[in-house]
Write a protein that binds this ligand. Structure first.
Ligand SMILES: C[S@@+](CC[C@H](N)C(=O)[O-])C[C@H]1O[C@@H](n2cnc3c(N)ncnc32)[C@H](O)[C@@H]1O
Length: 222
């Protein structure tokens, strides 16, 4: 098997490493050696964008916050599900990921950063959620491999009781919190319900009809 070629590497806020690697046509992001995102399979990342925007797409000027950018598939799916008056804020912690999305990753999801509906906020999505009092129609989170910190230890704060409370208050009534995960996490479902969200769990394929299944929570603020 051909070896992976490292195209670029950067240091994460906690001192770990994020690398962009390529083998033939496949591109991969790895955080501390663990695969964070691959271009090979993005069905479930697309599903987060589709399922998370469908309930609010008919609203006037819907505002959607997505964290993080990765390879741009969730952002692309959200843009495709929303109308021309939507306002889509993409928050990405790592400056180099943005640069890679303007370079070797740009073509993967059809250059979503160039869409005029997109505002890029470089930085921690946690901070952006905390600033948005009842102003967002959807918050879509795919920053780790599930509701557990991987890219940065501080991400733990997104998935606990306080983080869910902040997300609840940032949303408009009927607004959606969508969260991607590599696998199910029943404790997280319970925390969402405790935070007063109406919760639906979607088991979605990573790729094709036979691929691995991942989980997307679509939690609605009543
Ligand atoms: C799994 S990838 C996202 C994949 C993306 N859904 C896609 O469709 O390609 C996770 C991304 O979240 C970013 N990230 C991690 N923690 C973050 C945070 N606290 N705020 C914003 N972005 C973050 C990472 O740098 C990485 O680009």
């Amino acid at each position: 098997m051909k070896p992976w070629i490292t195209l670029d590497t950067t240091t994460l806020p906690d001192g770990g490493t994020l690398s962009l690697q390529q083998r033939d046509q496949e591109l991969v992001l790895r955080a501390n050696g663990v695969e964070l995102m691959t271009s090979r399979a993005h069905g479930s990342e697309d599903a987060l964008g589709e399922l998370g925007t469908a309930p609010i797409a008919a609203r006037k000027r819907p505002r959607v916050l997505i964290g993080g950018l990765g390879m741009g598939f969730t952002l692309r799916a959200a843009l495709d599900g929303l109308g021309p008056d939507a306002d889509v804020i993409i928050s990405e912690l790592v400056e180099e990921v943005v640069a890679w999305n303007r370079g070797p990753l740009a073509h993967l999801a059809g250059n979503p950063l160039d869409d005029p509906r997109v505002t890029l906020l470089q930085g921690d999505v946690t901070r952006h959620i905390a600033r948005q009092e009842t102003r967002l129609d959807a918050i879509l989170l795919d920053v780790d491999n599930g509701p557990e910190a991987l890219t940065a230890q501080a991400n733990e704060g997104l998935y606990g009781e306080k983080g869910l409370e902040r997300a609840f208050h940032a949303l408009t009534p009927g607004g959606i919190l969508g969260v991607w995960s590599v696998s199910d996490d029943q404790a997280f479902s319970r925390r969402l319900k405790k935070a007063r969200f109406q919760v639906k769990r979607h088991s979605v394929r990573a790729a094709g009809e036979r691929g691995r299944r991942h989980l997307v929570w679509i939690a609605r603020r009543p």
